[in-house]
Design a protein around this ligand. Structure first.
Ligand SMILES: Cc1ncc(C[n+]2csc(CCOP(=O)(O)OP(=O)(O)O)c2C)c(N)n1
Ligand SMILES: [Mg+2]
Length: 271
């Protein structure tokens, strides 16, 4: 499934357009944290992970968990682009009975790995999957995306401690370090810096990258795979709302849908 950089960039652009359109159509949702995670999910689903959208429960597959489940639109757009689910239904986001629920819900979308949205839980889920793969002797690797506000949750650090202690080296945590949480900047609400030092202190191999730089993401994933005896954390510096000028670094667009006029403006920028 490997793709060229040009192809990956083209998919990322389509994904950004789909995020804006589907949240605009729903009239509610979370554009900022969806747009900050686009390159990371595109790289995982279209280049790095061993997956088969035609056979989503293939036992040896790699797994992805969107622990920051409110960013569901980026996951839905990427999975639809990859062929798991229908693209033409993306605009049913948040509608009663839609497979595209406001937060990822495995009851409506069985190709998901987990239902998420209650923040703080995804790293624990990932460790369970990693330990399960080890017990079964499978090559599967598990990737979990955490929000920077999310890692204020205590359960994350309990899991971080356990992951290092049990040497779960088939799990990779990716922190979407966009600097903004629900209604403000992380540094003003409860500072989490120095993030990389914290993960290192908990025993994780830790690297910092620009989370919009596809080759940097590729290199980081390779380095993670080559790291044995400890799990890896990739601290990905990103811009919340990336790609839409009036959403970039703007806390308002954590959980505010664009108006029809704003959708039009955003789509003009995303060409
Ligand atoms: C346990 C829990 N508490 C509160 C919320 C409400 N909530 C949804 S998103 C969010 C902020 C998350 O910020 P961050 O992790 O930085 O996400 P991102 O910036 O990537 O959107 C909060 C508090 C939740 N979903 N789960
Ligand atoms: Mg954030």
């Amino acid at each position: 499934m490997a793709k060229s950089l040009e192809e990956l960039r083209a998919i990322a652009l389509r994904v950004r357009r789909e995020i804006v359109e589907m949240i605009g159509a729903a009239g509610s949702g979370h554009p900022g944290g969806s747009l900050s995670a686009v390159e990371i999910l595109v790289e995982l689903y279209f280049d790095y992970m061993h997956i088969d959208p035609a056979n989503p429960k293939w036992p040896d597959r790699d797994r992805f968990i969107l622990s920051k489940g409110h960013a569901a639109p980026v996951l839905y757009a990427v999975m639809a682009e990859a062929g798991y689910t229908p693209i033409d239904k993306l605009n049913t986001l948040r509608k009663l009975g839609s497979m595209y629920q406001g937060h990822p819900d495995i009851r409506f979308m069985p190709s998901l790995e987990a239902s998420t949205g209650s923040l703080g839980e995804g790293l624990s889920l990932a460790l369970g999957m990693g330990l399960g793969a080890r017990l079964d002797g499978r090559p599967s690797r598990t990737y979990v995306m955490l929000g920077d506000g999310e890692i204020q949750e205590g359960q994350i650090w309990e899991a971080a401690m356990a992951g290092a202690f049990h040497k779960v080296d088939n799990v990779v945590a990716i922190v979407d370090y966009n600097g903004i949480q629900l209604d403000g900047f992380v540094k003003d609400i409860m500072e989490i810096a120095p993030v990389a030092d914290k993960w290192r202190a908990f025993g994780w191999h830790t690297l910092e990258i620009n989370g919009h730089d596809l080759p940097a993401i590729q290199n980081a994933l390779r380095e993670a795979e080559a790291t044995k005896g400890k799990p890896t954390c990739i601290v990905a510096h990103t811009i919340k709302g990336k790609g839409v000028s009036f959403m970039e670094n703007n806390p308002k667009f954590h959980g505010t849908a664009p108006t029809p006029a704003e959708v039009k403006l955003a789509l003009q920028e995303l060409q």
